[in-house]
Design a protein around this ligand. Structure first.
Ligand code: PGA
Length: 251
């Protein structure tokens, strides 16, 4: 059956020392606790190897927040999927709305990134979600289906079964305006139905679909109690042990 996952997305926050202290603090807080979900930390590239070394790999997985759409070579400033994997990271967040909006990552570019991540045994945490205008004009289902199909639907069933999805309505990210539990469940059920049509019941039912967008200690329980919400991708509330632990413990 699909896994419950709580993943932190630190974005461009914390220097190495502060990030390492945060990871160690969380590692400490998880000691001796019976946790009912996988915990992942999405750290800046510069922190990954140190965080991997500092935490108990049985309790905390580490994710990059991006990787290159090229294998290797003359791409100054880029970090390849192979490089990410060589640090000990097991996951990579791809298609975050901030990458799509500010760095012009198209579905085609994201398809290449997903393929490279999988080729390097990284689990993509693939983000999808509509902007406010799309929701207000009732295009949110079409947009989300398009984002999934354009980047992922050429994958074999075997490869698709390695993907984690994160539905993050852009209007809810960093705004304090969480989707309601009903809105999240409605979209997650739609996503699962889309996966059933393409890959069948088994794969659809085994795919973890996370919710992201102003999820925190006060709303995580309600969000996670929905049948098709398998966890969260957490930005702001993942930046302190105090705020992140209750989200993990919401399962
Ligand atoms: P937020 O970010 O929790 O700060 O809204 C979520 C995300 O962008 O992954």
């Amino acid at each position: 059956m699909r896994k419950n996952i709580v993943a932190g997305n630190w974005k461009m926050n914390t220097n190495l020392q502060d990030g390492l202290a945060l990871a160690k603090g969380l590692n400490e807080a998880l000691k001796g606790k019976d946790i009912n979900c996988d915990v992942i930390l999405g750290t800046p590239f510069t922190h990954i190897a140190s965080v991997v070394d500092a935490v108990d790999a049985n309790k905390i997985g580490v994710a990059a927040q991006n990787c290159a759409d090229k294998v290797s070579g003359a791409y100054t400033g880029e970090v390849s999927a192979e490089m990410v994997a060589s640090t000990g990271a097991k996951y990579v967040i791809l298609g975050h709305s901030e990458r799509r909006a500010y760095y012009h990552e198209t579905p085609a570019i994201l398809k290449d990134k997903v393929n490279l991540a999988l080729a390097n045994n990284l689990t993509p945490i693939f983000c999808i979600g509509e902007v406010l205008a799309e929701r207000e004009s009732n295009k949110h289902f079409d947009i989300v289906k398009y984002q999934i199909s354009e980047s992922l639907f050429e994958l074999s069933a075997e490869d698709f079964s390695k993907i984690v999805l994160a539905y993050e309505p852009v209007w809810a990210i960093g705004t304090g305006k969480t989707a309601t539990a009903e809105q999240a469940q409605e979209m997650h059920a739609f996503i699962r139905k889309t996966l059933v049509e393409k890959y069948g019941e088994d794969i659809a039912n085994n795919t973890s679909i996370l919710y992201g967008g102003s999820a925190n200690a006060s709303n995580a329980k309600e969000l996670f109690s929905n049948p098709d919400v398998d966890g969260g991708l957490i930005g702001g509330a993942s930046l302190s042990v105090e705020n992140f632990m209750p989200v993990i413990e919401a399962f």
